[in-house]
Design a binder for this molecule. Structure first.
Ligand SMILES: *[C@@H]1O[C@H](CO)[C@@H](O)[C@H](O)[C@H]1NC(C)=O
Ligand SMILES: *[C@@H]1O[C@H](CO)[C@@H](O)[C@H](O)[C@H]1NC(C)=O
Ligand SMILES: *[C@@H]1O[C@H](CO)[C@@H](O)[C@H](O)[C@H]1NC(C)=O
Ligand SMILES: *[C@@H]1O[C@H](CO)[C@@H](O)[C@H](O)[C@H]1NC(C)=O
Ligand SMILES: *[C@@H]1O[C@H](CO)[C@@H](O)[C@H](O)[C@H]1NC(C)=O
Ligand SMILES: [Zn+2]
Length: 267
């Protein structure tokens, strides 16, 4: 107990000397996490009924995207549109940091999906031809009939210190929510650059799942082939808050869940 309290006191003192800005309030944190028995190997065990797809689903995300065999969207069939906003709520959910913003739409193959939020993973969850990236952003959408779609961007380290402007704007408020369970307000967010990029480059698409409990399937993924950029300095700041929040790479689409395979091989 004494040992713990020494740690707890020393951390805020160190942070406080760099950062004097504060969060605006508190939000509930998620009960799962990315460590030991709270982590992805045991998400089913945390709630076998709700999280059955985590261990039994056969179209689970994330996957390794093999660029020679994945589907690309047909040109003109997918369109992203996100309205610039003067500010948005930015939350630390313990498992990720998330911007709550609903003024956006994705039209894909004739269906319109509405934006609910976007959040970050470090390292990336998807891999491209086996290679992982330092970060990944997920923009989560839902349609009127309850189908989910996620627009994803891999985020690569820049060699010249540049960070994609939207990411700079979001992460400039990150130190205010370094503590899980806190939220703050961002400054203005300009989506023009990432929307243009998404609508201009090739987009990988597949039918997978949520990468967090309950791992529900029937989630349409749209992953930009063009990464966003983060500077090494910015990446280190984000990593310091997010720690580690990537689910392990799942089996190929349509193949048995890796947890079922592993369990049967034990017997
Ligand atoms: C992760 O979750 C488990 C199960 O709820 C909990 O026992 C553990 O303390 C958590 N670990 C971290 C690092 O949050
Ligand atoms: C994007 O959405 C806004 C708000 O709904 C709309 O006014 C605008 O015309 C849309 N832009 C495009 C390129 O579709
Ligand atoms: C975002 O959407 C809400 C609800 O539809 C609307 O009231 C608000 O004006 C929109 N904000 C912007 C910046 O378009
Ligand atoms: C697009 O929609 C059409 C008609 O609803 C459907 O037949 C087709 O399978 C869809 N394509 C994809 C890639 O979802
Ligand atoms: C996606 O997969 C689910 C099963 O996981 C299936 O019910 C659904 O029809 C598929 N959607 C598309 C557009 O292929
Ligand atoms: Zn995600």
């Amino acid at each position: 107990m004494k040992f713990l309290s020494i740690i707890c006191f020393s951390v805020p003192l160190v942070l406080g000397s760099i950062n004097t800005r504060e969060s605006h309030g508190t939000v509930p944190i998620n009960s799962y996490n990315y460590t030991a028995l709270g982590g992805p190997l045991n998400w089913y065990g945390l709630d076998p009924t709700a999280n059955s797809a985590c261990a039994e689903g056969s179209h689970q995300s994330p996957i390794d995207i093999v660029t020679d065999s994945i589907d690309y969207t047909s040109p003109g069939t997918v369109n992203l549109n996100i309205t610039n906003v003067p500010s948005a709520e930015f939350e630390n959910l313990g498992t990720t940091v998330e911007v709550v913003i609903t003024n956006g739409s994705l039209v894909a193959n004739g269906t319109t999906y509405t934006l609910a939020q976007f959040h970050f993973h470090t390292p990336s969850e998807h891999r491209i031809n086996e290679e992982y990236y330092p970060m990944e952003a997920h923009f989560v959408f839902g349609s009127e009939d309850g189908q989910n779609a996620v627009v994803a961007f891999l985020i690569e380290l820049s060699t010249n210190g540049d960070t994609t402007p939207l990411l700079s704007s979001v992460f400039s408020s990150l130190s205010e929510i370094a503590t899980p369970g806190t939220y703050t307000e961002t400054g203005s967010l300009d989506f023009t650059g990432i929307v243009q990029s998404f609508n201009s480059y090739g987009v990988y698409t597949y039918n997978g799942s949520l990468t967090t409990p309950p791992c529900s399937e029937n989630v349409l993924w749209f992953i930009s082939s063009q990464p966003l950029w983060v500077s090494a300095k910015q990446y280190r700041a984000v990593k310091g808050v997010l720690k580690f929040n990537a689910r392990y790479t799942q089996d190929s689409l349509g193949q048995p869940n890796l947890l079922e395979v592993a369990a049967s091989e034990l017997h």
